[in-house]
Design a protein. Structure first.
Length: 473
């Protein structure tokens, strides 16, 4: 039983109760109040017999819905819900079922579903305006408006599909192609797409592709594509879970533009797709969504849903519902599309971190080395200063830096001469140590000797040499 009939039955019950109630005046006042509340609650506008009308369209600028019939159309002002029937004349060749209606700048266009024919409502006459021909190559293309022009993407014909965007040139009255001049990739040939148009971006998804091996077979494309009209580029944003299908047909007739989102009315649930925020939310069907007559397009305007339903007597009504009446409780939420961008971002961030670590390590090594004495083959370098030294002195310093202390005999080996006596060689060793200390003090600009001697802890007769502060090396 429809909502309309339920309201009638309840109204009859209230009337019978009032007739047999002794307090008739108060009762009938309650009845009037009930009827007023019921009228407000139902928010229905009788359009006429459903089989008379062909399709609906909305002019969002003028806040008006139009419902076309064979020889007239009904104009419904959404501000005050006033409506009027306006007679029209139609050219003999025009047949409603072959055309898709579209409002562009408050002008009503009718675009052939398969080819290039374009009709327009001019002064309440539907007349042909194009100079093209009916090529029948764009069946089930996505038709939309952008920049005050009619556009269409994709479409099927002659066992193949299109992957181009065309637009209707109002000056030439012909169709022209849009070339994605800055694209490195282009989408697959597609038809029967779900699509969302926001600002300068077209998003197409849930499309059907022709199997290139078996041309009789159509397969669903899981890719989400974006075309930016300013940059003239196609971008593959990622892959999606195909929206639930019935008999392998996309539910494009049951989709509602819900702000920048798309609401898809499926038999058992609602899906709200928000591409901008990358969410796909599933909801239970609200009470109003159960009565949508999908032959006519539903709309979201003024924070309300406007949809059509048919009562048991075949009458077509325009009904109004709030968001809570149309959309039930949330069932689930997940990302609408996935891609490998996250992996790429992780890789890029990892490379940046690795580069930073290497750079820090290099800077640290450079800083340490720049603040340490560097032993070269021909001398010592400290920061920007250099002092030449012979190989004997370099070898002594290297030996002293490797161990805690060096026996005097080990140092003597670097300077002793066989022709000299032991006493003379000892003087040569002492001179060499003094020479090294002098050059180190000059290089480091310090007052005290860096190389010092002491008696061995194991044998007091043996003298050992060591570097007092090895942090300089």
């Amino acid at each position: 039983m429809s909502q309309f009939n339920e309201i009638i039955l309840v109204t009859l019950e209230v009337v019978i109760f009032c007739i047999f109630n002794p307090m008739k005046k108060k009762c009938f006042l309650l009845l009037i109040l009930f009827l007023l509340i019921t009228d407000l609650y139902s928010q229905k506008i009788l359009i006429g017999k459903a089989n008379v009308f062909k399709y609906s369209l909305i002019d969002r600028t003028n806040n008006t819905i139009y419902v076309y019939a064979d020889d007239f159309y009904k104009k419904i002002n959404l501000k005050d819900l006033s409506n009027e029937n306006i007679p029209i004349t139609i050219e003999n060749e025009f047949e409603y079922e072959n055309f898709t209606p579209l409002v562009v700048d408050s002008i009503h266009y009718f675009i052939h579903k398969q080819g290039g024919l374009v009709y327009q409502n001019k002064n309440d006459s539907i007349v042909r305006i194009d100079n093209s021909f009916n090529h029948l190559m764009q069946s089930n293309s996505s038709i939309f408006s952008y920049n005050s022009k009619i556009h269409r993407f994709g479409g099927y014909g002659f066992w193949s599909a299109r992957n181009i965007i065309t637009y209707y040139d109002n000056k030439l009255d012909e169709w022209e192609v849009i070339n994605p001049l800055n694209s490195k990739v282009i989408p697959e040939e597609s038809s029967k797409c779900l699509f969302v148009m926001t600002n300068d971006d077209l998003y197409v998804f849930n499309s059907q592709m022709t199997n290139l091996i078996n041309r009789y077979e159509l397969i669903f494309n899981e890719k989400l594509w974006n075309y930016n009209f300013v940059d003239k580029t196609w971008t593959h944003l990622g892959n999606i879970d195909v929206v639930e299908q019935t008999n392998f047909e996309p539910p494009f007739d049951s989709s509602i533009n819900y702000g920048d989102k798309l609401l898809v009315n499926l038999p058992k649930k609602l899906i709200i797709i928000d591409i901008i925020n990358n969410t796909r939310e599933e909801y239970k069907k609200g009470i109003s969504s159960l009565y949508i007559y999908k032959t006519f397009k539903a709309f979201f305007q003024n924070n309300r849903f406007y949809y059509f339903n048919v009562d048991d007597f075949g009458n077509l009504h325009l009904s109004i519902a709030t968001e809570s009446e149309m959309i039930g409780d949330k069932i689930s939420s997940k990302p609408f599309y996935t891609n490998n961008r996250t992996f790429k971002i992780i890789v890029v961030i990892s490379l940046i971190i690795l580069t930073f670590v290497i750079l820090v390590w290099y800077i640290r090594v450079w800083y340490i080395r720049s603040n340490k004495i560097q032993l070269l083959e021909n001398g010592m370098k400290y920061r920007s200063n250099f002092i030449p030294m012979n190989s004997e002195a370099i070898q002594i310093i290297k030996l002293l830096t490797k161990v805690a202390a060096v026996n005097s005999v080990e140092i003597l080996k670097f300077v002793e001469k066989e022709q000299f006596s032991r006493a003379h060689n000892e003087r040569l060793k002492a001179q060499k140590i003094n020479e090294i200390n002098l050059k180190l003090k000059m290089l480091l600009r310090i007052k005290n000797d860096l190389i010092v001697s002491k008696k061995s802890n194991f044998d007091r007769r043996i003298r050992e040499y060591c570097i007092k502060d090895k942090s300089y090396f």
